[in-house]
Design a protein around this ligand. Sequence first.
Ligand SMILES: [Zn+2]
Length: 452
Amino acid sequence: MKRILARRALLGNGWAEDVLLSIRDGEIVEVTAGVPSPPAGALIAGIVIPGLTNAHSHAFQRALAGRTEHRSGAGRDSFWTWRERMYELTGRLDAGNLAAVARQAYTEMLASGYTSVVEFHYLFRGRTGNDADAMFGALRTAARDSGIRLIYVPVLYERAGFDRPAPEARQRRFAMEVESFLAHHERAAGAASGRVTVGIGAHSLRAVSEASLHQVAARAAASGAPLHLHIAEQRRELVDCLRACGVRPVRWLLDRFDVDEAWCLVHATHVNDGETHDLAASGAVVCLCPSTEGNLGDGLFPLERFLRAGGRMAIGSDSQATINPFEELRWLEYGQRLASESRNVAAVEDPHVGRELFRRALAGGAQAAGQARFGLAPGAPADLVVLDAEDPMLAGHGPATLLDALLFSGHRVPIERVMVHGEWKVMDGEHVDRVPTARDFAAALTELGAAP
Ligand SMILES: [Zn+2]
């Protein structure tokens, strides 16, 4: 049994003082507030908050971060020119270098306060002939070695576009027949245990047929897995969907599928008022990835309208342009402020934006990960973050503004320790295996740069 006495802890109903957390077998078994003196052997912590779920990650794209920020030609750069660079990278990845790159990404996620990651994965074939199971094995190894909780989400990718039934040559490493895909999903689910669970998904409406998406949805329902899907990220997707189907992507999906709490729709950037309302009413969670959406020039999700309609949201690091949940939440709010020329836009239930966004990202992240229990509560996984209460960023902040300070002040989140499944993975502000992880990452980058 591990015990932590938190001088201040964020519980489900708000901040509490002198909270004793008892942890056994990777789970929080007891939470008691108002315990003034620690029992023998307890760790005394300043401020404890729950770890967040990174609800949308492409770990391999960590190898691309900072390498696409220059003009690629005479024309205007866009998501689609960035995608060319991303495809070049996928042509060089195999299970070995994927494990090293993913481990670096996961290590950085832990150090920044994410304790779970939903890995949205479609790179099913490696350069040296690795199959889908081997590529999953690489991600599992990266998760094990870093210590992060992994929700592996294999996603079906069948075709190049709505009216292009075959994949392009560069998409062949992603493409799978639906039967083979479902067999891979079944094997992955069978191999999962401990900190690894398995969801399921489809890449996007353009990349799968309606019939196949029904098969994926049926598998999700039968297995109880969360179902993830990129949708309406780029305006061109909207135009292509309208041309091919005569209807907008989110409307098309809502009309044909029983979209409910099991669904996680990633981005949903380009939605009209009716779609926003109906998406909120469905109970599905929308995963927003503000740093990536900004980096790729996607557009802006109508956050306030969605939240006021009862919508549920999660956050993700997606392309790994930024790995920091507090920065994601900050930019989520800043994008809305810039567009609306107003302030505190996301404060629709709680006057404090920081508290409201953190609470929503925590609950929405757990929903996207398929976790029924979350937060600092009995029965929840022991996934938590210890903050340095003495840090100047937090000086003088109490229950009302502490999360506002974490989101909107300072440069570096004062994280002291991070625990996943009852084990400390970050100590003294650094991941415990930071040095060997960085060394292997640098070697993988050299290999990726050198490969033909
Ligand atoms: Zn994505």
